[in-house]
Ligand binder design. Structure first.
Ligand code: LCS
Length: 397
């Protein structure tokens, strides 16, 4: 007989999890509250809702029933107390950064991260006199080198794991031990892994960030983001940034993310199994110089990945012999794989980080982050792995 568990398995929470408390119509699927404002019975009612003494909504920039459902859902899956859904992954990162750091503060981050995040940190936050202190991939594993960068003005530690596009795996527990020692919040971008494969909060992280554009929605049809953490921290971020800078998600997009999440477990299983098969095949290909996939035993962080991830996800990168010239030939000759940025969609997407997603770096910055000109990144989809392999085989030859 199955043992009774306190909580259902994550596959069950992904499908069920939360129930709409905002409708009495018994819909299986929640309605979309496509409204910017909300009505009141009378002036006492409106005053009560605005004062917070009565339940109710004021304005969709502040909160909305459909958006609330998405927030509850992602908080549940990540094991956080509360969440904030945002207009994009970038607005989630900007909101967290700007609500935690002020002029003359600094923060620590690895330099192999999504190109948009790098530009936000390296250019725009510097314009606010907030200084990013970057570590190269090898330094991200060194406690000593991380500690050396922390001073009295450090406000948070930021990691992305697995990292875009190099697939470096960062040891969340090790970073947490440093964050704890200095009383700093640890922020983890969990976009590549999703809560199905990795739960940073259970490893000690304080805030989890997602680009919901990717695996959470899973169908390449929206832009969105989510921030998860304690209720106190989420209230702080809402008051300090979200409510008056206004980077909120549309209720329609929130509903699409909720719909996408229902198949998250199935998709992540298939993405991961396909990616492992393709990574192993590429690893043995005579025209391939190097494959970066945390599921390969040869990956330098394979043991850390095994410890903190359930499977290894759908993202991989590889270098082709002959560098960028040969890489471009492959991207020009694929047929099943689609030449496009973004990731986490059902379709396999292939792209060239140094001229596309990571063109926000200078050549020198890319070199320091380990993003070579010959690197090709694949977001492995949920097609039959053999068809993707055949497509790559044809393109490589
Ligand atoms: N975090 C990670 C790890 C990402 O890969 C991205 C976008 C973001 C945050 C930003 O999310 P967005 O605002 O786009 O929802 N990554 C992209 C990529 O690799 N190709 O196109 C977008």
């Amino acid at each position: 007989m199955a043992k009774e568990r306190k909580r259902p398995h994550i596959e069950t929470e992904i499908v069920h999890g939360i129930h709409s408390s905002h409708t009495t119509s018994m819909d299986l699927v929640p309605p979309i509250h496509m409204t910017s404002t909300f009505k009141y019975r009378n002036a006492d009612h409106s005053a009560g809702v605005f004062a917070g003494t009565e339940e109710g909504y004021t304005y969709t920039r502040i909160s909305n029933p459909t958006v609330d459902l998405l927030q509850e859902k992602v908080a549940l899956l990540e094991g956080g107390e509360a969440a904030i859904a945002t207009a994009s992954g970038m607005s989630a990162i900007a909101s967290v950064s700007l609500s935690l750091a002020k002029p003359d503060d600094n923060f620590i981050s690895c330099n192999s991260i999504y190109g948009g995040t790098f530009a936000l940190f390296n250019k725009h936050l510097r314009n606010f006199r907030i200084e990013p202190r970057f570590l190269s991939p090898s330094s991200c594993c060194s406690k000593r080198q991380i500690l050396d960068l922390i001073d009295d003005n450090t406000r948070f530690l930021y990691i992305e794991t697995p990292a875009n596009p190099t697939l470096d795996v960062i040891d969340i527990a090790m970073w947490k031990s440093i964050a704890k020692k200095h009383g700093l919040p640890l922020i983890v971008d969990n976009t590549f892994a999703t809560p199905y494969l990795q739960k940073p909060l259970s490893l000690g992280a304080d805030i989890v960030i997602h680009s919901a554009t990717k695996y959470l929605s899973g169908h390449g049809d929206i832009i969105g983001g989510v921030i998860v953490g304690t209720k106190k921290m989420m209230d702080h971020i809402k008051k300090e940034y979200i409510e008056h800078f206004g980077p909120v998600i549309s209720p329609f997009n929130a509903w699409l993310v909720l719909r996408g999440i229902k198949t998250l477990a199935l998709r992540m299983e298939k993405h991961s199994d396909n990616a492992l098969k393709i990574a192993r095949w590429l690893n043995g290909h005579p025209k391939v110089e190097k494959v970066y996939y945390p599921g390969l035993e040869s990956h330098p962080c394979h043991e850390i990945a095994k410890r903190q991830m359930r499977k290894f996800g759908g993202m991989l990168s590889f270098e082709i012999k002959g560098g960028v010239k040969e890489g471009k030939k492959v991207m020009n000759n694929v047929k099943t794989c689609i030449l496009a940025v973004s990731l986490g969609d059902c379709e396999t997407l292939i792209q060239h980080p140094s001229s596309m997603t990571h063109s926000t770096y200078t050549a020198k910055e890319r070199e320091s982050a380990g993003i070579t000109d010959g690197l090709v990144r694949i977001s492995v989809g949920i097609e039959a792995a053999d068809d993707i392999i055949m497509d790559l085989e044809n393109a490589l030859s």
